[in-house]
Design a protein around this ligand. Structure first.
Ligand code: ZN
Ligand code: ZN
Length: 328
């Protein structure tokens, strides 16, 4: 089978002919139909994140936004970032399996979906509802569930105002999800084209942060919640300064350097600063069901798997609207 292999950090992926993987006990063999190219794949391939490098196995087939068909029974399923969790630790038993310390990350610790076939534990593949095709479903396995879980964890209520920083892969989904949950949405980005897309996704208001910092305008607008999907320290500073007193800032996007946040608005405004990472299997199911029911869709461009290195180059420069989905 064809597969894109990460052999060495900082080097392009290598297209190779690999034997079709054999499912072990408790695993299913999947014919991959679509796999989203997530920005964290680029960070992993470039060797940017030390912790991830320690966990990753090389050579590696990356790809953790997988949609495909189980060979044995033709069921259409997805494989999310959380490829396996132990089921026995305090987090798994407490319904927070995405915090499991024994978890296996798809396409990082096990071979993922940048290939024609992959294997996955049957307990952790997720059925794709009718009404979503594989290209539509694939990006929901990481980008979609991450946006969904961040909004859910923020406690955003119907009728409240939410500012979404970054209208990229995660952000344009967060806008649609927040609207669907009955919130009033403001999107903030530095790219005019992404703000246009934000409007198409249903943002009531957009703010261009490429010139003046948006915190003043945001304070006037009155956001109860800020969801920061942009991997930008500046965006976090604006969120903390711009959100309402007593508001919540969701930490989702991961800048290369640590956040240095102004302390006065956090303490004086009694802000809640909350981290959010992907989600549980149930969060994925809920996201898929919400998308199938409401028409929330990731803006998708499909490219053949062979183009993976070109796609990574575009992700590095931010030249992607929504998500690029690779098809093997
Ligand atoms: Zn991802
Ligand atoms: Zn566990």
């Amino acid at each position: 089978m064809n597969a894109a292999i990460l052999e060495e950090y900082g080097r392009p992926l290598v297209m190779a002919d690999r034997p079709k993987p054999e499912p072990g006990p408790g695993e299913v063999l999947l014919r991959v139909e679509a796999c989203g190219a997530c920005h964290s794949d680029v960070h992993l391939a470039d060797g940017d994140w030390e912790a991830m490098k320690k966990a990753a196995k090389l050579p590696l087939v990356m790809g953790h936004e997988v949609a495909g068909v189980i060979e044995a029974n033709n069921a259409r399923v997805g494989v999310p970032w959380l490829g396996w969790s132990c089921g026995g630790c305090e987090y798994c038993r407490g319904g927070r399996e995405s915090l499991c310390q024994k978890q296996k990350i798809t396409g990082v610790m096990t071979d993922g979906g940048y290939a024609q076939y992959m294997v996955a534990p049957f307990t952790h593949v997720i059925r794709i509802p009718d009404g979503l095709n594989s290209s539509e479903a694939a990006p929901l396995m990481c980008a979609g569930v991450t946006a969904y879980k961040a909004i859910k964890s923020s406690g955003l209520q119907r009728g409240q105002r939410v500012a979404v920083f970054g209208a990229g892969g995660l952000g344009h989904l967060a806008i649609q999800i927040a609207r669907q949950l009955g919130a009033v949405v403001c999107a903030i980005d530095v790219h005019a084209a992404k703000l246009e897309m934000a409007k198409e996704c249903g943002a009531h208001e957009v703010m261009d942060a490429s010139g003046e910092a948006p915190e003043k305008a945001l304070r006037a607008w009155g956001a109860e919640v800020a969801v920061v999907t942009a991997a930008s320290v500046t965006a976090y500073r604006s969120a903390v300064k711009g959100v309402k007193r007593g508001g919540t800032v969701m930490v989702v996007g991961m800048p290369a350097r640590d956040l240095e946040l102004p302390v006065i608005p956090i303490v004086g405004g009694e802000l809640r600063i909350l981290g959010s990472a992907v989600g549980t299997r149930q969060d994925v199911r809920d996201m898929l069901a919400l998308a199938a029911r409401t028409g929330i869709r990731c803006h998708v461009e499909t490219q053949p798997l062979e183009k993976v290195n070109d796609v990574f180059a575009r992700l590095r420069t931010g030249d992607v609207m929504g998500r690029i989905v690779l098809t093997p």
